[in-house]
Design a protein. Structure first.
Length: 319
């Protein structure tokens, strides 16, 4: 056989081989074809569907929760199913058999090419029964706050508690989408679906409130009644202090008013009956008059709150 015939025969063999491969790829996906992550190269559409359906049957998603807790949802729980909507056939139709060789140089990757469905009622029931929502296991977030220690007469900051309360409405569609995408896991933390404390131990508001509280309880207010004194210490004042939700330090005016009322009962002397012994030696009782102390309770309540907020020890006479 001469050289020309050999070349002709070789060309014919190549053409026949190329044509045969083209016929094969007319009914099978190209080399390296990936549909939604599935390796479908050399598979027919029907075999690809079998592959997907088999994977759906075994599918489950792992939900990663705080404190290293895990739980999962299986495909059967939500009735996950493959919807045969012609997308796989359309992909194959785009891959012309004779163009199979281009797959050696161009990636054949397709996304959103598989449609899955689930039963909403089954999903909703499965979702609401997750351990993540079990009231016996859920811990609510708590802001950092200051707590008083009587022994040291000071406030210290109690760190925040993150807890594990899930934002149920926010997480629900995210989880549903993850299942329809057949994601193998989902992390609630990374999806920002936990309720977190607003104020942390290093929040400016918490730190400033702590400083203010400690300033208030370090003062001593001494009431001067000329012949007697009454001392109001930080330990007593601490019982009147509280923080708002925004960590503003407040003084319970009702408690201050009660303290002033008791002070008045103890020290008010105006109009009080007094007993004397006359020159003649007789016991005499005198009442009325304007002599002695009479505290203006409303005014002194307001003044005492102002004094406390100054955070300085003082000696004063009541209004």
């Amino acid at each position: 056989m001469d050289k020309k015939k050999k070349i002709g025969l070789a060309v014919l063999i190549v053409i026949i081989l190329y044509a045969a491969i083209s016929v094969f790829f007319q009914y099978h996906y190209f080399i390296g074809t990936k549909v939604n992550g599935y390796s479908c190269g050399f598979r027919s559409v029907s075999k690809t569907k079998e592959l997907i359906k088999g994977d759906i049957k075994e599918y489950k998603i792992t939900i990663k929760e705080r404190d290293k807790k895990r739980e999962s949802i299986s495909s059967s729980q939500v009735k996950l199913a493959f919807k045969d909507d012609g997308k796989l056939e359309n992909i194959k139709a785009e891959q012309k058999g004779y163009a199979w060789i281009t797959a050696l140089f161009q990636p054949q990757k397709y996304r959103d090419a598989i449609t899955l469905t689930m039963d909403d009622a089954s999903f909703n029931n499965t979702y609401k029964n997750l351990n993540a929502f079990n009231k016996d296991m859920v811990v609510a977030p708590v802001d950092a706050y200051s707590t008083y220690d009587e022994a040291s007469n000071s406030y210290s900051i109690v760190p925040e508690v993150y807890g594990n309360t899930v934002k149920r409405k926010q997480f629900k569609p995210i989880l549903k989408e993850a299942i329809l995408n057949m994601d193998r896991s989902i992390d609630i933390e990374k999806k920002d679906c936990y309720k977190n404390p607003v104020y942390k131990k290093d929040s400016t508001e918490v730190i400033e409130a702590n400083k203010t509280l400690n300033k208030y309880v370090q003062e001593t207010i001494t009431y001067d009644f000329d012949d007697r004194t009454e001392e109001l210490t930080g330990k007593k004042i601490s019982k009147w202090l509280y923080e708002t939700d925004k960590h503003e330090v407040k003084v319970h005016s009702e408690m201050v008013a009660k303290y002033i009322k008791n002070l008045a009962k103890k020290y008010d002397t105006v109009g009080v009956k007094r007993h004397f012994k006359s020159i003649c030696g007789n016991n005499v009782t005198v009442s009325g008059g304007t002599y002695g102390w009479k505290i203006d309770q409303k005014a002194e309540t307001a003044n005492l709150i102002k004094v406390i907020k100054k955070g300085k020890s003082v000696k004063r006479k009541p209004e």
